[in-house]
Structures are given as C-alpha cells and as structure tokens.
Design a protein around this ligand. Structure first.
Ligand SMILES: Cc1cc2nc3c(=O)[nH]c(=O)nc-3n(C[C@H](O)[C@H](O)[C@H](O)COP(=O)(O)O)c2cc1C
Length: 332
C-alpha cells in the first residue's frame, strides 16, 4: 500500500527511503542515493512562505531536474501558505513529485519559535487544518513527518498520528525522539510500534538506522510499512542497497573502493553542475569528510578536505583515498 501511495513501483522489500535533511539532501546526494537503491528521496525542507515571496534560494532547493521519485517537504504554519506552495510546485514541477510531506518535527529554535516544525505537535488542530488544506489541492499523496512528541507533556506521537489520519494524511513518518532531544540519546521505537497498531494508514519508521541490521531491527520491532534513513546515509549512500539486499537475503556485501570512487565523483560532478564550482565544493567538503569515515588516516585527510576549493582538487583527493581498485587496503 505504501508503494502505491508514494508511486514508487513494485519491489519485493518494504520501501527504504532517504530522509529530508536541510543542507544535505540536495539534488546530487539524492541522485546517488537513488542509484544505490533508495526507493524515494525527500528534498531539504522548503519554506512555504519562501515560495510565497518568490525567494530564489527557496526555488533552488526545489531543483528536481529529471527526478521521478522525489517527495517535497514543506514547512510552515499557515494552511493557506502550504496549499499555495503545493499549487505553485505542482505547476513548476508537473509529474516529478511523488508526494508532499509536511514537516512537523524540526527542532531548530528559529523554526520552533515561529510555531513551525515540531511546535505544531502542540497544536494538533492547526496541524490538522494544514493537512486538510494540503489534501484539498494536492494531486499526489500528502504525508506528515513528526517526532515522538514535542516534550514529555505535549504532542504525544500516538494521539497526534491519529489526529493526522483523521485529517486525511496518506501516511506518517515518526522519528522516535522528543523535540528537546534533537538527535541525542537513543530513538524510542516503542512509540512507532504503538502508533502502527492503531493506524490504518502506512507508518514509516525513523531513528537510528545506521546498518542493514538496524533497518531490519526497526521494521521487526515496530511492524512499520517502510523505513527512513537520515544520518546513516551521509557518506554512505551504499546503505540503501545493503539494507534492501539484507531484507531479502539476510546477507549483504561490502562496497569496493572503485564503487566508492565512482559515487563520490558522480555526486561531486552533479553538485558542481547544479550549484557552480565554488559553492558546490564548499558544500561538498562535509560530504567528503563523511565519505572518509573508516578510512586509514581519516583525520589528516579531513584536514585536507577542509582546504578544497576546486573540483580538480576534490577529484585528486578522492583518487588518493579510493583510487586503489585492486584492494580495500585503505580501509581500517
Ligand atoms: C543535518 C540534519 C538536517 C535535517 N533536516 C531535516 C529536514 O529538513 N526535515 C526533516 O523532517 N527532518 C530533518 N532532519 C531529521 C531527519 O530527517 C531524521 O528524522 C533524523 O535525523 C533521525 O533519523 P536518523 O537517526 O536516521 O538520522 C535532519 C537531520 C539532520 C541530522
């Protein structure tokens, strides 16, 4: 059912999707995650107000190119702003969007202080109005992503999810942490399991999936219909294919240096094409640092990555690290 709702085709496994991550899930990263098996990818969160005021930067984030399996994530607290954003995006990106997701989980003070993101968990009636307004205009599925709760006393995930279902949302994603926990501690998978038992719409489980075993663990534990990966995919888009193979066969293979090299180079080149060399390489420094995880001499190489300014320098660093196609000797 989730595959149908998200229009992502039939496959054996439950959907394994790349989470929205502001500043990270740009077009280039989404593309390599799809290459490595992500069933669907989410844009960085996009301000519904930014679209209303025609902000150039906001429109840049929407850059979908020729994607067909992308969800757009919107944030805002005005139901009309959200509905208008959906109208505008549907016109701009006809046929490329497989779902609109509404952000009700962002913990960042500048978002929460505007009553947006996870703050909406404290206002379930307004959140429901937002979903209803989005559903009225959207030609594709509308989903909501939220947390275990805002804090211990506000916005319990289970009742919030039930309210969202009543309001007409097609699926929900739950990150098992309170707002005040940001990304610390251990995600609580119990609230996802409890919600799954009570809802008839699909539930996507999110929080602390860093390995194929974690993905199987969260799916078995919660009974969820899909799994979403965020931090585990940074510098490791290969995780999607490993998860899917593991879910089907119970095993998975290691990724060769050659495959890593090709992926880093492809992501960097796409990034340069869409953002221009200067900005792309500045932004890519953090991606290369993530790719260096587990590599021998990573600390020194990360220092080198901080000084990268051109695509050529980046290519040469990537060759130095992953260029040995005969062995994986560079790995610790
Ligand atoms: C740097 C960063 C940026 C994020 N940006 C967003 C965002 O724009 N929208 C959103 O719903 N969640 C965002 N998240 C939360 C993730 O989507 C995800 O819910 C969270 O990281 C837990 O999943 P994980 O344990 O797999 O990392 C962000 C997380 C990180 C680390």
């Amino acid at each position: 059912m989730l595959r149908q709702i998200l229009q992502i085709g039939q496959e054996e496994t439950v959907p394994v999707v790349l989470a929205p991550m502001a500043g990270i899930t740009d077009f280039a990263f989404r593309e390599v995650c799809r290459d490595w098996g992500a069933d669907m990818t989410y844009s960085e969160m996009i301000s519904a107000k930014g679209l209303k005021y025609n902000s150039k930067r906001t429109f840049e984030i929407v850059d979908l190119r020729d994607e067909t399996k992308s969800a757009i994530q919107l944030f805002g607290r005005d139901p009309q702003d959200i509905a208008n954003a959906i109208r505008v995006l549907q016109q701009e990106q006809a046929g490329r969007i497989s779902c609109f997701d509404i952000n009700m989980g962002c913990p960042a003070p500048k978002i929460v202080n505007n009553g947006e993101g996870s703050a909406l968990m404290k206002e379930p009636e307004l959140a429901a109005e937002i979903v209803a307004a989005a559903k009225k205009v959207s030609e594709v599925a509308v989903t909501v992503k939220f947390r275990r709760g805002f804090d211990k006393t506000h916005g319990d995930a289970v009742s919030f999810a039930q309210r969202m279902e009543q309001a007409g949302t097609d699926a929900v994603t739950i990150h098992g942490r309170l707002r005040e926990e940001y990304y610390t501690g251990k995600a609580d998978w119990d609230c996802i399991a409890r919600t799954k038992q009570l809802l008839s719409i699909p539930v996507i489980a999110n929080g602390d999936v860093f390995s194929p075993e974690d993905a199987k663990g969260i799916l078995d534990y919660t009974g969820a219909d899909g799994v979403m990966v965020a931090r585990g995919a940074t510098g490791n888009p290969f995780l999607f294919s490993q998860i899917k193979t593991y879910l089907q066969t119970g095993t998975y293979r290691q990724i060769s240096n050659q495959e890593k090299l090709q992926t880093v180079l492809k992501q960097a080149e796409l990034c340069v094409k869409s953002k221009g060399e200067h900005r792309a390489i500045q932004e890519f420094r953090k991606h290369i640092a993530w790719y260096l995880k587990g590599v021998r001499g990573a600390a020194a190489l990360r220092q080198q990555a901080l000084g990268l300014n051109t695509l050529e320098q980046l290519q040469s660093l990537a060759m130095q690290v992953f260029g040995d196609s005969t062995t994986d000797a560079n790995m610790i």
